[in-house]
Design a protein around this ligand. Structure first.
Ligand code: CTP
Ligand code: CA
Length: 227
């Protein structure tokens, strides 16, 4: 049994949260992937459950145990699998948080047999994966859409572009050049950008606390939509 957080303010709200990296196979022993521990997405899922939310967690490969009390846990490997799982549940949820680090490309051809090394260099052909969040933005009806952006250059501008292009309500910007931000760490330093142009700078904080801060802002959106 799950003990609800003090407020239980997200009771009955339906969340779809994606976490972790995706993994795109080259052959039976190799793959390409992104850096992502899954910590941020799992923290969001845990806190949303704790506050009474009904949470579907769709996750690429991580080392983290799924939190108790999820309404569904769907492990996936590739961006295509994540895409299909997300699309299946999208119509039924109130909020989507896309904290997964989705691989933008996958090998064009999968080799059933292990590719043997040769005495020369090789070229790996890649194809574009679906942009899941873009699809969600394009077909949005009532959902609150939250994206993440990890940037190394022109961070604000890039995040603003993504917020607009993908039709998001807010985007969490990870500045990868900041100290104590990023992959594998327990802390993050982020800015939150809103569709109305507002920008909030949050101090360095634990991912678990940041999860609550993000959920507070989502709660405000949910309240607004009710009116
Ligand atoms: N995203 C997604 N599907 C993809 C790529 C990204 O759903 N194929 C989502 C991520 O989960 C994240 C947001 O889009 O919430 C931004 O991801 P990011 O990689 O920063 O943006 P891209 O649009 O892929 O642009 P680029 O990697 O070129 O900066
Ligand atoms: Ca990307």
């Amino acid at each position: 049994e799950v003990i609800l957080g003090k407020s239980g303010d997200l009771r009955g709200k339906k969340f779809l949260i994606t976490a972790g990296p995706t993994r795109e196979p080259i052959d039976p022993v190799r793959f390409i992937t992104n850096h992502s521990s899954g910590k941020m997405g799992y923290a969001l899922a845990e806190k949303a459950v704790h506050r009474g939310g009904e949470v579907i967690l769709i996750s690429g490969p991580t080392n983290i145990k799924p939190p108790l009390g999820l309404s569904k846990y769907i492990p996936v490997e590739t961006a295509d699998e994540m895409f299909n799982a997300v699309m299946e549940y999208y119509p039924k949820v109130d909020v989507v948080i896309k904290s997964a680090a989705v691989a933008d490309f996958s090998p064009k051809y999968f080799s059933e047999e292990k590719i043997k090394k040769q005495n020369f260099d090789m070229v790996l052909e890649l194809k574009r994966n679906p942009d899941i969040l873009q699809e969600l933005g394009n077909s949005k009806t009532h959902q609150i859409l939250v994206g993440f952006a990890a940037e190394t250059t022109d961070t604000l501008k890039n995040a603003q572009d993504k917020l607009k292009r993908k039709n998001l309500d807010l985007i969490v910007l990870n500045d990868l050049t900041a100290q104590g931000a990023g992959f594998g760490t327990d802390t993050n330093i982020v800015k939150i950008l809103y569709k109305d142009g507002r920008i909030e700078e949050l101090p360095k904080m634990l991912k678990k606390d940041l999860a609550d801060e993000i959920l507070n802002r989502i709660y405000a959106f949910l309240e607004q939509n009710r009116k």
